[in-house]
Structures are given as C-alpha cells and as structure tokens.
Design a binder for this molecule. Sequence first.
Ligand code: BGC
Length: 426
Amino acid sequence: MTRINRIAAMVSLATLFPLASHAAESKGTVEVVHYWTSGGEAKSVDVLKKIIEKDGFTWQDSAVAGGGGSAAMTVLKTRAVSGNPPSAAQIKAPDIQEWGKLDLLTSIDGVAKANNWDSLLPKAVADIMKYEGHYVAVPVNIHRINWLWLNPSVLQEAGVTQAPATLEELYAAGDKLKAAGFIAIAHGGQAWQDTTIFENLVLSIMGVQGFRKAFIDVDEATLEGPQMADVFIALRKLQSYLDPDGNGQDWNLETAKVINGKAGMQIMGDWAKSEWTAAGKQADVDYQCVPFPGSQGVYSYTIDSLAMFKLATKKDNPGNIAARDALAMVALEPEFQYVFNQNKGSIPVIKGLDMTRFDSCAQASAKDFASAENTDSLAPSMAFNMSTSQAVQGAVFDVVTHFMNDKQADPAKAGKRMLAAIRAAQ
Ligand code: BGC
C-alpha cells in the first residue's frame, strides 16, 4: 500500500468507527480520595461517579476504608508529602485551612462564581470552604450527629413503649432490651465511635454552651469542672449497654445488627440511615430516628466537603483540570444534591430545595437545623472534625478510649487529662 493509500485507509477507519474511538477517549481524569465505603455510602458516591462519567470524564476512585476517615487522612498525608496528591479529597473544614497553609490546595473561584455559590450556600458554610477568601473546597451535605436510631419492633418486643427522650429513659430502655436478650445499643469499639457517644453526652449534660466552651474555647474550668465529670460518669453507665461483641467493629456492621433485629438502638450520625436505605427499609416504618436523649433542640453537625488539590506536574493538564472543575460544579447541582443526600442520610447543603422529596428523618433534620440556627444552638461536631483540627480531635479520641478501656479510671480526673491532651495537640 502506498503511503497515500495507507493514510486514506486510516482516515476511512476513523470515519467508520468515530463513536468507538470517541467513547474510549476521556476528556480528563479526576481522582478522588474518600472514605465512603459502606454499602450505603458506596451507593451514594456512585451517584457522583456516574454523573462525572456521563460528562465524559474518568473517575479514578481512591477509596480508603475506615469510618470517620482517620485511615484516609493518613493515606492523603503520605501522598501529599511525596508530591502525588489526588485531584480532590474528602476533608473537613478546619483541616481545609491546614492544607491551605501548606499551599497544596487550588482555587476553584471560577466554578464558584459561574455557579453563584455565594448565594447558593449559607454564608457560614461558604466561609469555611474558602482559604484566604478563595474557594478551595466544595461542600456536599450536612450530617447531623446527635441522633438515636431505633428498631421499633425490637423495642416493642422488649416492652419499651416509647422512644427514650432523656438519659434516664435511655438507661431504662437499655435495661429492658438486655433483659429481653437483645443487644441494647449496637456499637463498634473504635475511638471515633466511642467519641461520638461521648460528644452526645456532652451535649445532653452540658448543653450547647458547655459544649462550645469545652471544645471551641478549650475553657479550663469547663473541661475540668463537675459537669464534665458527670459526662464521664454517664459514659461509664452507657458502656454497660453497648454491644459486648463490638470491640473494633465497623459502624455499618453494628447498624446491620439493628436492621436485623439483634439490637434495639444505635447512637450514630445520620450516615447510619444510608445503611437502612440501602437495605430497602423505611423511616417511621422499619426504623425511627430521634434526637439523642437530652440533646433535643441542639443540632450537632458535620459537613462533608471535597477539597481540590494542585495537580502534580505530570497530571497538570487542561483535561484533568476540566475534570476537577466538573466535579466541583456537579457537587452543588440540585439533582445531585437530591439523589446523593437521599442515599447518604444527610440533608442538602444548598438552600431552597424541596424537602418533601426526602423521608421523615431528613425532614426533621432540616427543620431542626433551621430552628437550631434561630436559637443559636448549632454545635459543630468535635468528634467529626468540625470544631477542631484533626490533631485536637485525636487527643480527645485518646482520652475517651483510654477511659473506656480502663474500668478503674476516675471520671473526676478524665476532664483534666483531656485538657492536658488538647493543650499538647494544639
Ligand atoms: C463523614 C460521613 C461518613 C462517616 C462514616 C463522617 O466523618 O462525615 O460522610 O459517612 O464519617 O465514615
């Protein structure tokens, strides 16, 4: 074949198979480090992946298992230090600032301006997505932490006639569940899950003001005071209701125990609902959600966000930048917000969406968020890295876990220990 004929043959092949060659060709790749790996979480993140792929980009999934995200953050640090960051990573607000200071994040102001993020997002949320005034992260949801999840048929079988609204009622329900042979509270003994219970007790016993003094102001008198001792006394008491086989157990496996009727209750953020949803269960029919006893009126929350990284030189090309921008844009589009949050158990982070498209737990969550906002009762979660850096959060984890493992530990001294640990981590 002459050279001319060879070129003609190549051209005609290309025109014969334009779709095939086009489909194989990605417009660019976006690599996302996240820790959404339970059944319900994976289903939720899949929504994002599908939209990105439909737009012609490649989604490179870098999921790191481990509830609460400590393992993912370790991977992220190692990758960033070795000059190989992903395009985006699931990071919580105070840490966005830390990554920003290291000059590792990139501005997505262009996407934010074009899509009006300043008016789409509550100002408080927009502010924490920015580093030095520039958007460097996109939020995807609002998760409430202070929830108690109930299996009503298990409760009924154990003779618990109404959802516990106070700590005393919670203990009473726990006694009945145990006496009837159920696990009272499904719980995995991992530091972050232990600290979820601890944080809820702080809200219940010390209220939102006490919580803020302890974990935002790091006020010595509050951390060492008698109410904090009461929190640890309550933690010891609650411990007797936790799953005896829960040591080291993942949160979703514990949720499964409530779903399967082995356990009556679980204290967990509303990503627990993603497991109920994935199992085809319905709010108010198969399960109930109530605020953690004694913390009614307070709304503790965490916001998942995807921070955008400067790409390593070999990946820094227009296609990959476009893919990263597409991710940022899609994350705040209404259709994504509806489907993602319906699956994830959280509520949308953008204003003005139709909450009748959500179940009763999400509707209650949105209503409680709004009223807590009006009564100044919002509590950015310490256990989920909204009020503290990861270092401070880790210090609290250590103290709580140590207390739970050492049955002889004195509740009156635990607050002092916590203060010292926080100071050392700051
Ligand atoms: C995140 C949730 C996640 C949960 C369990 C929290 O820190 O905000 O999105 O589902 O951890 O891993």
